[in-house]
Design a protein around this ligand. Structure first.
Ligand SMILES: O=C(O)COP(=O)(O)O
Length: 222
């Protein structure tokens, strides 16, 4: 294992930033707009990982008692998406916060010459809003969102793109995330993966994803 990684790829929601309270606020404001029942924080936590569009589909399926396939092809989603967008743009940064030691650890990695990337399934417009709200944008050499390429995680395209851009080999890179999607992304790319246990893993313990390591605190990346 290299003493200093040459490139670190980070998931965003549940790894760098605790985002679910303000996502829940935006989802519930959207549901109220249509007079649908609200959902709980725990439900929203369990729906994070595939991007906010997919999260909204799961929420609508839950409250309207339609299948996911029906919501995906129905009128409710089309109407709800712009309302959700308006609310999430407003709530971004209001109730999210960085996990302990994120800023200092990223800073130290930068000083060590490590290339830093975000690889999230969140859509670009929200990824940048969250990073901006926490003054993190300048920290990263590369930001890849769920809609940056035609495929999102667990497709390894974001990792391959970064490695090729920087001329870094797989063994010199590390993926740090919080979910089975992150573990699968890293495995698909052939890079080691460390998982944090405090994020959003659809209600499952991260140990079940068989990561190379579980780290309790973000500073253990160093
Ligand atoms: O589901 C999302 O919005 C994104 O989740 P991620 O940052 O964990 O990839």
């Amino acid at each position: 294992m290299p003493a200093h990684w040459k490139a670190c790829f980070f998931d965003l929601d549940g790894t760098l930033v605790q985002t679910s309270p303000e996502i829940a606020d935006a989802v519930n404001a959207t549901l109220r707009h249509f007079n649908w029942p609200e959902v709980t924080q725990a439900q929203v936590d369990g729906w994070i990982g595939q991007g906010t569009r997919e999260l909204l589909i799961l929420a609508l399926s839950c409250v309207t008692e339609q299948t996911v396939a029906q919501v995906r092809s129905g009128a409710d989603l089309k109407e709800a998406l712009p309302i959700f967008d308006r609310h999430y743009q407003k709530t971004c940064g209001t109730r999210s916060h960085l996990y302990p030691h994120v800023r200092e650890t990223l800073q130290t990695l930068r000083e060590q010459g490590c290339r830093l990337a975000v690889v999230t399934n969140k859509e670009e417009r929200y990824t940048h809003a969250v990073l901006r709200a926490h003054g993190l944008q300048e920290m990263f050499d590369l930001v890849i969102s769920g809609d940056t390429f035609s495929n999102k995680k667990p497709d390894p395209v974001g990792i391959f793109y970064g490695l090729a851009l920087w001329g870094v080999s797989k063994s010199e890179a590390l993926f740090i995330g919080d979910s089975s999607i992150d573990a699968a992304t890293a495995r698909n790319a052939g890079v080691p993966v460390w998982l944090l246990p405090y994020g959003y893993n659809m209600g499952q313990p991260v140990q079940s994803c068989a990561p190379d390591r579980v780290i309790e605190d973000f500073s253990e990346v160093l």
